[in-house]
Every structure is written in C-alpha cells, then in structure tokens.
Design a protein around this ligand. Structure first.
Ligand code: ATP
Length: 234
C-alpha cells in the first residue's frame, strides 16, 4: 500500500474528531472518503498532509512511518494537497502560482508546467492573469495544477467540486480521472458522494470520526443504506 492510515485518533482540544480511522490507498487508486458534515473527512486529509497532529495511531507512506514528519517534509516525500478553500496567492499571476508549487524541486519544472496547461487549457489562456481575479472554478483548477507541480505520488483533494457550477463539477471530476490515468494516486474528500463514487475505485464511509463502511465504490453506489443516507435516496 502507498498510504496506510492505522487507527488514528485526532483531537481539537478536548473534542475527538477522529476516533480510530483505519484506511489504505494503493498505488494507482482513486480512493474517496464520504460522509456527512463533521464526519472527519477534512481532518483525515489534514492529518495525512501533516497540518494536524495525531493523538495516537500511525500513518505510513511509501514504506515509512510519517506520523511525526512535519508537513513541509511530507510534500518532499510525495504528498501533494490542494486544500479546501484553495489557498492560492491572489497577487501572483497564474503562472507564478503554478511555479510556486515546484519551489522545493531542484530540476526544471518546464515539463510539469506544460502538463498543467495541457490538463487545464483555461490556465494556459490566463497565465498572466492575477490569481485573485480568477473565478472560483478557475482557482480550484489552479490549486490542483499547483499541487501537481510538485510531482506528488499521492494527491489529496478536499472538496474539489465545492461551490462550482454543475458543468464545472463534471469537468473537475473528469480531470481528476485523467490525473489518475497519468499515474497519480488520489485520495478524494467529497460532499458530492454520487460523483466521487463514480470516479473512485474504492471508498470509505465516515460517521462521527469512525469508518462505518469500506468497499469498492461501485458496490457503495448500489448499497441501499449509502443511497438513502448520502445519495439523496434515489
Ligand atoms: P465537512 O464536510 O463539514 O468539512 P468533515 O467530514 O470534513 O466535514 P471535519 O472538518 O474533519 O469533518 O470535522 C470533524 C470534527 O472535528 C467536527 O466535529 C468538527 O466540528 C471538528 N473540528 C474540525 N475542525 C475543528 C477546529 N479547528 N476546532 C475544533 N473542532 C474542529
């Protein structure tokens, strides 16, 4: 397994946000975490990227224990994140924003820049535009493009469809699939369970800080309980 999350507990002060999450992501997979608001999806991603510390449990990545590794080092070993809320640099151009994603690399990022523009033609058209003047959907693309510039082994995506118009939602999900086809493993957190399950290989259902189900994504799409709780009961 590329990423192994073993029985992790995470607290915010006295509040237990994660109460023993165990999950795995294999090389080449798209794995999605679904669940209601507050179930612990974002916290799980933040713990993998090193933004939150563990109270107990362990995280292994690419053969090593990274439980205590600081976040900036996790980027260097291959964990890339496009954060919820995007976090792009508003006063920098699109191209400068993309290049910031490659800051820690010593080789020439020209190839990855070309690939980012190929995946997101809209960013290529707007390469000189200030990040802060891009639309919500464009900023989302920019955040994903920037994360890819670091050539991550796994890409962590937190609600990439949030706030996007329906047409853009489709587009973002097909781009995630394309990123995966090109070799990047993806761990995806989504409110939009239907779409997430359609592109994922496997999924975990989280409820109040625990995993209550894990299965191939196609199986969960047909699961009556999952349909009733997360897929609008259709
Ligand atoms: P959402 O889809 O609403 O973002 P989520 O599944 O991603 O939900 P988390 O954001 O991981 O859930 O939250 C898990 C629990 O931790 C919730 O009960 C939440 O209120 C709590 N929590 C999250 N961030 C903080 C914080 N900074 N301080 C205190 N409690 C927090």
């Amino acid at each position: 397994m590329l990423l192994e999350i073993s029985d992790i507990h995470v607290h915010y002060g006295k509040i237990a946000a994660l109460k023993g999450i165990t999950a795995e992501v294999g090389q080449g997979e798209i794995v999605t975490l679904i669940g209601a608001n507050g179930a612990g999806k974002t916290t799980t991603l933040k713990t993998v990227s090193g933004l939150r510390g563990l109270s107990s449990g362990a995280i292994r990545f690419d053969g090593r224990d990274i439980s205590k590794m600081p976040g900036h080092k996790r980027v260097l070993v291959g964990i890339g994140q496009a954060p919820e809320g995007r976090g792009i640099f508003p006063g920098m151009t699109v191209e400068e924003n993309l290049l910031m994603g490659a800051y820690a690399r010593k080789d020439d990022p020209a190839k990855e820049l070309a690939e980012a523009y190929e995946l997101f033609p809209r960013l290529a058209e707007r390469r000189k535009q200030m990040g802060g003047t891009m639309s919500g959907g464009e900023q989302q693309m920019l955040a994903i493009g920037r994360a890819l510039m670091a050539k991550p082994k796994v890409l962590l995506l937190d609600e990439p469809s949030m706030g996007l118009a329906p047409m853009l939602v489709q587009q973002i999900f097909s781009i995630i699939q394309e990123i995966n086809r090109r070799g990047t493993t993806v761990l995806l957190v989504e409110q939009n369970a239907q779409q997430a399950l359609q592109i994922a290989h496997r999924a975990y259902v989280l409820e109040t800080g625990r995993v209550v189900k894990s299965a191939p994504a196609a199986e969960l799409l047909d699961d009556p309980e999952v349909r009733a709780a997360y897929l609008g009961g259709e």
